[in-house]
Write a protein that binds this ligand. Structure first.
Ligand code: XMP
Length: 518
């Protein structure tokens, strides 16, 4: 049996984080829009429900409301922020606008009779106060009769409450964000102690469950998968290979714009070591040919995307008897494409959906990782025996070096960039910084500058180094690589890469910059 926690989303920017924290407590959970029907909720058979935050007030004329029957299921409910206010309001309490909006850290005090409550014990540990992260305009000013206040802050007299008979909880703060240091313990206590989930959601459990499901789904049919060299498609390949062996065929289009030795590494790991059937198509020349003279970044992206689809489709048509197209879609793609309020899982992000191929080729879509967050994909990959270097690799854009060579893409530019990039990444690994940086890479600038090398004057190209810290790649800041390390990297690149005589370091944040240069 699968244990599930249902998260009903009221539009908070933090809803995904709630899911991640619950998964970290090894409990499976799903996010659905707040208006999910009771039939679907009953079919999911959750052990508990979390109502997320949201930006509205319970007094707004169009304030979002779940089906009231969710409160008759007899299972624990945890309301966070808007969720707390909604439940207090619905069951006869009073919610009002706080004298001042509260945004940021707050110090919470535990009610004198609440220390033994499992959620409060988890939040306060041995201390009398707990730091939490608040973000609200309304607050509960009077609780419904059977509700009990568990904690308060200066600005929020009811910062947490419980309805002990029905095992309902409400917290005004956000336990899911890192700024609430013991927030994950609170969520852990809710799902494990209050909802009595056992913590069955582990990589091994997922793999075991998926193998049976994939075997049943696919039967004796054949499956096609596009390998990109990235983590998601590699893990999809490894999982499918274990489930259906030779019924899986992968196509790996090498567009000539990969990092140094990347294509060979993909082949070595998946094809040679694991025995996955992979057809590698070396199409670097065709890509470069099509990119000749093109300088506009978006046009370059389009050309690379279309050429990929063309080659993939051509290769796929040579194969007979394929019934399924597998894709490395992961849970954030599913949530993002559903939109937090439409409730309909529509399109998968375009770069995951290989150009509408499933419909055109009349293939059924297989997405074995669509329930997993990125960190869970990595854990599953490790459990399947993929090497850590592949699993923990920084993200790499689909158009590859095509968007890291500014302007026109040329073979010799790509060769120079690959060498510089490899030196840079090797030095970061050596210094133990690679894992601490979200994304690092070199960028080729097609301008020449003057230098002195030995006794002579040089006139060669420039590369820029980029390294960013980021948790979601939506915002990012420059990673502060120590100057002496930067100097060593620059020195090595200039000495070892014939054609580059200047190295600069990009310190731009996102926004206003982007992570990639094009
Ligand atoms: P930006 O440059 O927009 O990048 O700050 C954010 C993240 O997205 C990656 N990226 C891409 N990935 N196709 C992709 O598959 C693309 O065209 C693309 N452009 C940017 C980028 O590497 C970073 O991780």
């Amino acid at each position: 049996m699968r244990e599930t926690i249902l998260i009903l989303d009221f539009g908070s920017q933090y809803t995904q984080l709630i899911a991640r924290r619950i998964r970290e407590a090894q409990v499976y959970c799903e996010i659905h829009p707040f208006f999910m029907s009771m039939d679907r909720i009953r079919a999911l058979a959750p052990q508990g429900i979390v109502l997320s935050g949201g930006h509205q007030s319970v007094y707004d004329s169009n304030a979002p409301e779940p089906d009231p029957a969710v409160f008759d299921l007899g299972i624990p409910v945890l309301g966070i922020c808007y969720g707390l206010q909604y439940m207090a309001h619905r069951f006869g309490g009073h919610v009002q606008q706080a004298s001042r909006r509260e945004y940021g850290p707050a110090l919470l005090t535990c009610a004198h009779d609440a220390a033994s409550d499992p959620l409060m014990a988890a939040l306060f540990g041995d201390t009398a106060t707990a730091t939490v992260w608040m973000s609200h305009g309304d607050q509960v000013s009077r609780l419904p009769e059977s509700f009990r206040c568990l904690a308060s802050s200066d600005n929020a007299p009811v910062a947490a409450w419980v309805e002990p008979q029905r095992r309902w909880y409400g917290v005004q703060f956000h336990p899911e964000v890192h700024h609430t240091p013991r927030g994950s313990q609170l969520l852990h206590a809710f799902v494990r102690q209050v909802c009595h989930c056992h913590g069955l959601w582990t990589p091994e459990h997922f793999i075991e469950h998926s193998l049976a499901r994939l075997q049943q789904q696919v039967g004796t049919e054949r499956v096609l998968l596009a390998l990109s060299g990235g983590v998601d498609s590699a893990v999809t390949a490894a999982l499918l290979h274990r489930a259906i062996g030779a019924q899986l065929t992968c196509i790996f289009v090498d567009n000539g714009l990969l990092r140094l030795h990347e294509g060979d590494e993909v082949m070595a790991t998946l094809a040679h070591n694991m025995g996955v059937q992979v057809e590698r198509i070396n199409a670097g020349e065709l890509f470069l040919d099509r990119l000749r003279g093109v300088t506009d970044p978006e046009q370059k992206r389009r050309i690379i995307g279309h050429t990929f689809i063309e080659i993939f489709e051509e290769a796929a048509q040579r194969l007979t008897g394929i019934a399924w197209l597998a894709q490395g879609t992961i849970y954030p793609d599913v949530i993002e494409s559903a939109g937090s309020h439409t409730g309909v899982a529509t399109n998968i992000k375009s770069h995951h959906n290989v150009g509408g191929l499933p419909e055109r080729m009349q293939l059924k879509l297989l997405e074995p990782l669509r329930e997993l967050f990125k960190d869970e994909v990595r854990q599953v990959g490790l459990s399947l025996g993929l090497p850590p270097e592949m699993i923990f690799r920084h993200p790499f854009p689909g158009p590859g070096l095509g968007v890291r060579i500014l302007g026109e893409v040329k073979q010799d530019y790509a060769d120079l960039l690959r060498q510089a990039d490899a030196i840079y990444l090797a030095e970061l690994r050596q210094a133990g910084l690679y894992e601490r940086i979200a994304q690092a890479f070199a960028v080729f600038l097609p301008v020449k500058s003057v230098g002195v090398m030995g006794d002579g004057r040089s006139y060669q190209y420039v590369v820029a180094l980029r390294a960013v810290e980021s948790s979601d790649y939506m915002t990012a800041s420059c990673y502060p690589i120590p100057h002496d390390l930067l100097a060593r990297i620059a020195n090595r690149i200039i000495n070892e890469v014939d054609g580059i005589n200047r190295v600069t370091y990009d310190i731009t944040s996102k926004p206003p910059g982007t992570i990639e240069w094009e």
